[in-house]
Design a protein around this ligand. Structure first.
Ligand SMILES: *Cc1c(COP(=O)(O)O)cnc(C)c1O
Length: 230
């Protein structure tokens, strides 16, 4: 039931997902480490604490404000005494949230436009810290979806690389819900290879096995870890 914390279920889900990821990684025919990012958006800090207690380190949130409430310095005392979580921001990011994002995030996965690049560069300089950065590619060219258009991706990735150097770690995508995801994962993998980028953030609860078989190194799993969102 949404909103209810079921510690045994979260622990069991994480163990099963880690095993499924491992199996898919072996099927991919190449040796690669896969990081499970547990997407805790719309779930309370108690759910994060439960996952942390089960050994989960990486978490994903869509909104800076919600992330700050759970993971920020003034965030929940519930996380005190547990290992330090690593926060990934995976949702569309407004430029006026860039500074808060840089302050709190270990990774920002949704770079998709020059104005956001400018805002993040300034925030990184002011805050004196740089999260890992990923360029989001709108592989399906969906008008409602964030991400740089595929035909603009090469140039944009070059600009981001020139600006941020090694902080640019890789690429992220969310394939269209009504299409087989495989071709989208393949496009993202080819793009990352062309630019020498190691991180491929692709695959969600419904399609992570296929994403890992296509070389995903980060998978973003929400409902498969925490159950349905409220
Ligand atoms: C919500 C969300 C996820 C997790 O989705 P599930 O289907 O619950 O695993 C992954 N990536 C992004 C960008 C999201 O917004």
């Amino acid at each position: 039931m949404p909103g209810t914390i079921d510690l045994p279920a979260i622990t069991r889900n994480l163990a099963e997902l880690r095993a499924a990821i491992e199996e898919a990684a072996q099927q991919s025919g190449r040796v690669h480490e896969v990081t499970l990012v547990a997407v805790s958006k719309n779930h309370p800090a108690e759910a994060v604490a439960a996952a942390l207690a089960a050994g989960q380190i990486h978490f994903g949130e869509n909104r800076v404000q919600e992330a700050t409430a759970k993971f920020g310095p003034s965030g929940s005392a519930l996380l005190a005494g547990l290992p330090r979580p690593r926060l990934h921001l995976i949702g569309p990011l407004q430029t006026n949230k860039a500074r808060d994002a840089v302050r709190i995030a270990d990774a920002i996965e949704s770079l998709d436009r020059p104005r956001l690049v400018d805002a993040l560069a300034e925030a990184i300089q002011r805050e004196g810290r740089s999260p890992d950065l990923l360029v989001q590619v709108n592989t399906g060219s969906e008008p409602q979806k964030a991400g740089v258009a595929p035909q603009d991706a090469d140039r944009f990735i070059e600009q981001v690389a020139a600006r941020f150097g090694a902080s640019l770690r890789g690429l992220m995508c969310v394939p269209p819900a009504d299409q087989p995801p495989g071709p989208h994962f393949a496009v993202l993998a080819a793009l990352a290879a062309r630019h020498g980028l190691a991180v491929l953030s692709m695959g969600m609860s419904g399609d992570f096995r296929e994403a890992v078989r296509h070389g995903a190194t980060w998978v973003r799993l929400g409902s498969a870890v925490f159950g349905a969102r409220a």
